[in-house]
Write a protein that binds this ligand. Structure first.
Ligand code: IPD
Length: 302
């Protein structure tokens, strides 16, 4: 029968909770490099993915599983229209290795190549982003402000769930020169893509280009998508990440009114495994922002 999205959402939340506990209690002792010194993997990435895949495979034996650590590359061939769980056990491994508290477990469910359920959880900040296609996107997190006793007593954090975007209606997008934009350095540090990316960073930020308010490179594609969903980032552009980095964030940001297009000019339709994306938040001026952004790109991504 048809996948039960509500149930899958429930299961993914439980898996994210467990993954968060593993991540929080781990010390990234063994750090291995994959492609080069900017492409890292730890024992914890593998331990989390093992837990996630065994849990999901025993509960949903008929569904496919696509995970960062268990997938050989190139992975595009592995993403099929079948019902598929897509997992990045630690999105932001470099951050994890440095104890920079901006990482997430990213869990998605896709069918017919469309991501339908997304759960992104940062166990360090306890920010949990989640969405089911057609049902809106939400952030659940500790609500310190309203659980901070007026008499200065101990904080007993309550949780709150807020609909995304956080400011509603989303304020208009005022153009690139008013934008806060996430980009990523990625782990491809030479060649044509590297040239295109670094020149584009300069064009976006420089006085003779878009002159954005600023660029941010926070190190987690999934959380970048969630930042655009929440509205504290106006756009996110990357070439080089994989379906597991963006699948969950994709549901969350599109449910929050954001739009995902291709990373190259004119790529209106983009596949989940295209590996180059432009994500722009909801709000009046979204279309103009996409066009302006494409206009600043210095070379095409492959
Ligand atoms: C990486 C992060 C990073 C992005 C890289 C990804 P990982 O994922 O999402 O922000 O720039 O392209 O590979 O390796 O930490 O799971």
């Amino acid at each position: 029968g048809e996948p039960n999205l509500q149930e899958i959402h429930h299961v993914l939340l439980a898996v994210a909770n467990k993954a968060g506990q593993i991540i929080i209690s781990a010390h990234p002792s063994t750090v291995d490099t994959k492609k080069n010194s900017s492409d890292l993997v730890t024992e914890t990435d593998k331990a989390v993915e093992d837990m996630v895949s065994s849990t999901l495979k025993s509960k949903y034996p008929d569904y496919q599983f696509l995970g960062e650590e268990s997938s050989p590359t190139p992975t595009s061939a592995l993403l099929t229209p079948a019902p598929t769980f897509i997992c990045d056990p630690i999105d932001g491994t470099t951050n994890f290795v440095h104890a920079f508290p901006y990482i997430s477990i990213s869990l998605a469910f896709a069918h017919n190549l469309v991501p339908l359920v997304g759960v992104v959880y940062n166990p360090f900040t306890q920010h949990l982003y989640h969405a089911i296609k057609g049902q809106g996107a939400f952030l659940s997190c500790p609500d310190i402000a309203s659980s901070f006793p007026a008499d200065g007593g101990a904080v007993q954090a309550q949780y709150v769930t807020r609909k995304l975007p956080l400011r509603s209606p989303a304020p208009p997008l005022q153009g690139l020169n008013q934008a806060l934009v996430a980009v990523e350095w990625g782990n491809e540090r030479s060649g044509a893509n590297w040239e295109a990316k670094t020149k584009t960073f300069s064009a976006l930020a420089g006085e003779h280009g878009g002159m954005v308010h600023s660029l941010r490179s926070l190190g987690s594609a999934a959380l970048n998508c969630c930042g655009v969903a929440a509205g504290f980032l106006d756009a996110y552009w990357e070439g080089g990440c994989w379906a597991w980095d963006v699948a969950a964030g994709w549901v969350i940001v599109t449910e929050a009114g954001g739009k995902v297009v291709g990373g190259n000019p004119g790529e209106e339709e983009v596949r989940l495994d295209a590996r180059r994306y432009l994500v722009v938040r909801g709000g009046e001026g979204q279309r103009a922002m996409i066009e302006d952004f494409w206009g600043e790109l210095a070379g095409r991504l492959t």
